[in-house]
Design a protein around this ligand. Structure first.
Ligand SMILES: N[C@@H](CCC(=O)N[C@@H](CS)C(=O)NCC(=O)O)C(=O)O
Length: 230
């Protein structure tokens, strides 16, 4: 049965962009499961599955509804154990939680602070009103002021990826020889950046950019199908 993935979009419903929804999409593809992306706008999330969550991703698999990207990966791992593993065992599952927290604290904040105006601009008018009010309250300033320092912060952001860059001298994926959910956690963030903005977070010759390029090829180019922001 086809699994439904409630997937965040802007005015172009063919460009799902949420980092967390991309983690879920990669995880579904990794398991070889048939899934359908259901375009969902910010202001539609409260109606998803009768208001089960304030955030996406949400999936429906038959009678099961699962909220949260990490919970979705765990659900898929536990429900489809005969399919390729997302975690490579219990230690891998625990380590994936570290990678999730690292990405949320070290990767996401700079991306959002550099791209928040571009994200706003790709939303439909109703979502733009919600998003501007919600994020300006969160940041405590206008969105245009949030992005003002991005060039000054870029070198520091690139330097902050050194552990990932250094690790890639030893192995092609965070998961080792092959990707695991850990790769999808970080690739989801760079796919978000790639779709919402033309701002170049990574130098083209950065090993992190080369790793991300390998991630774009995975699962028949699932992520590359969506063109990068112009
Ligand atoms: N911990 C959650 C976070 C999900 C999340 O924050 N999703 C964002 C989209 S990227 C969202 O739905 N935000 C709704 C809003 O801001 O109103 C997960 O990993 O699934």
């Amino acid at each position: 049965m086809t699994i439904q993935l409630y997937d965040l979009v802007g005015s172009d419903t063919g460009r799902p962009f949420s980092p967390h929804c991309w983690k879920a999409a990669f995880a579904l593809a990794h398991k070889g499961l048939d899934f359908k992306s259901i375009p969902t706008r910010f202001t539609e999330i409260p109606q998803v599955e009768e208001g089960v969550s304030r955030t996406v991703p949400v999936i429906r698999d038959g009678d099961s509804v699962v909220v949260d990207s990490f919970a979705i990966a765990e659900y898929l791992e536990d429900s489809y154990p005969e399919r390729p593993s997302l975690f490579g065992g219990e230690g891998g599952r625990a380590a994936a939680r570290f990678v999730e927290r690292w990405a949320l604290t070290q990767v996401h904040p700079f991306i959002v602070s550099a791209a928040v105006v571009d994200i706003h601009d790709m939303l439909d008018p109703k979502d733009q009103i919600y998003f501007r009010a919600n994020r300006e309250e969160r940041f405590g300033k206008p969105l245009e002021e949030v992005i003002a320092d991005r060039d000054a912060g870029l070198a520091g952001f690139r330097a902050s990826l050194e552990s990932l860059r250094n690790m890639l001298k030893f192995q092609p994926f965070i998961g080792g020889k092959k990707p695991l959910f850990t790769d999808y956690i970080v690739a989801g963030a760079f796919q978000w950046a790639r779709i919402v903005t033309s701002y170049q977070f990574l130098a083209p010759d950065d090993p992190v950019a080369e790793w991300f390029d390998r991630c774009l090829d995975l699962h028949d180019g699932l992520a590359r199908r969506i063109p990068a922001a112009a």
